[in-house]
Design a protein around this ligand. Structure first.
Ligand code: ADP
Ligand code: GN1
Ligand code: MG
Length: 363
């Protein structure tokens, strides 16, 4: 993370009035650096979120910011409560991003108050709200005017290419780590057909979020209702089932992504039912049958994808995701593969839940 002092000085490059009174790192994402800034002036206190875009991951930050500006403007224009949508603060030069002398790219959002995100879903009610909010987000963006959004990371959810990248990393084995992770590699190779399931389903391209893990949803502190999705770096053309799948990945398991006790990693059917109910409430009007038919298997595909990505990063030397201890990417891979197994074991029950919701006969 950039030293807080350096980050703090960047704030002067943005159109923010008042006196900076507090400044601290915020959130626990794997990619960008985020800081919370509190300003005070005669009118009261205003809070902001400063973020340094990871330009090793997002290679075209200017194009990425064009996407975010278009999407946030569109969402705000349609919202009945613009205070509850993501809003960019302009830089002093009138653009949406500050490019510093060291080559870093910075942006600032207005801090959305009286809302929080969860690292893991605590209840089906939270899963319901998060999924409902995600469907709303997709629906609101369905009429985003052309041109097509930029692909901020090409082939981001091309799971077969993630599989191929892992195979290349195994082949190169630059750190001689492959032999010790044979069972994980075997699991990945055995699941190659799973990697193709969503891309081969001939689903329509839509504007999607592409990083809908539960901590990218803000929930209202008072009512628990979904407020909005945050972390819009990967908003681009994609498949809605990857968004749904990432919520299955991050809400059905009660364990953290890097949990070492794998007995804690099992999928919880009530969370899945709540996700489906919440999502269908806001997406039913635009989902095609083909999309609806892939909702049950979407969780295992993206969970597999994340396992492939974590294992690849472990093999190449932990260069992509932030890690805080040795072996963390391998631990993350293991939870993902364990969850894939659990999702497979529960697939028949998930289909039953889907059928009972579709026929109006159950949860
Ligand atoms: P990262 O790339 O680190 O995941 P995020 O954009 O997801 O960054 O922000 C980190 C956390 O900050 C989120 O999980 C959410 O809890 C919170 N957050 C993000 N944007 C805002 C905002 N505009 N207002 C309030 N909280 C926010
Ligand atoms: C990264 O930035 P963050 O932590 O929300 C990653 C996602 C993964 C996620 C796994 C740009 O998301 O794809 O699902 O970690 N984002 C990028 O926790 O690679
Ligand atoms: Mg995030």
């Amino acid at each position: 993370m950039t030293a807080p002092q350096d980050a703090r000085s960047v704030l002067r490059r943005f159109q923010i009035a008042g006196q900076l009174t507090e400044f601290a790192p915020h959130g626990g994402g794997h990619i960008n650096d985020s800081y919370r800034a509190v300003y005070q002036d005669a009118g009261g206190i205003d809070r902001y979120l400063l973020q340094r875009i990871n330009h090793a991951v997002f290679k075209q930050p200017a194009a990425l910011m064009q996407n975010i500006a278009r999407v946030t403007t569109h969402l705000t224009a349609k919202s009945s409560d613009p205070q509850r949508t993501l809003t960019l603060i302009p830089a002093c030069d009138g653009t949406w991003v500050h490019h510093d002398d060291a080559g870093n790219w910075w942006r600032v959002y207005r801090f959305i108050e009286n809302a929080h995100s969860c690292e893991a879903a605590q209840s089906p009610a939270q899963a319901f709200e998060a999924a409902k909010c995600m469907g709303h987000f997709q629906r609101q963006l369905a009429d985003l005017p052309p041109p097509r959004l930029h692909d901020t990371i090409p082939d981001f959810h091309h799971t077969p290419k993630r599989h191929a990248a892992l195979c290349a990393a195994i082949e190169a084995d630059v750190l001689n780590r492959a032999a010790a992770v044979k069972s994980e590699i075997d699991f990945a190779l055995r699941h190659e057909p799973t990697s193709r399931l969503l891309l081969e389903a001939d689903l329509p391209e839509r504007v999607t979020h592409n990083d809908t893990k539960i901590n990218n949803v803000l929930l209202d502190d008072g009512t628990g209702e979904g407020v909005c999705l945050v972390d819009l770096d990967t908003v681009m053309p994609g498949l809605v089932v990857y968004d749904f799948g990432d919520m299955v990945r991050t809400t059905t398991s009660s364990a953290e992504e890097d949990e070492r006790d794998l007995t804690k990693v099992t999928m919880r059917l009530p969370m899945f039912a709540a996700l489906l109910n919440g999502y269908l409430e806001t997406s039913a009007e635009f989902l095609t049958n083909a999309e609806r038919n892939m909702l049950v298997c979407s969780g295992k595909v993206i969970t597999l994808e994340m396992g492939l990505r974590f294992l690849t990063d472990y093999l190449v030397g932990d260069t992509y995701y932030k890690t805080h201890r040795p072996g963390q990417n391998l631990d993350r891979c293991r939870t993902q593969f364990h969850l894939v197994q659990s999702l497979e074991d529960h697939e028949a029950q998930m289909h039953q839940i889907m059928n009972s919701i579709m026929t109006g006969s159950g949860s």
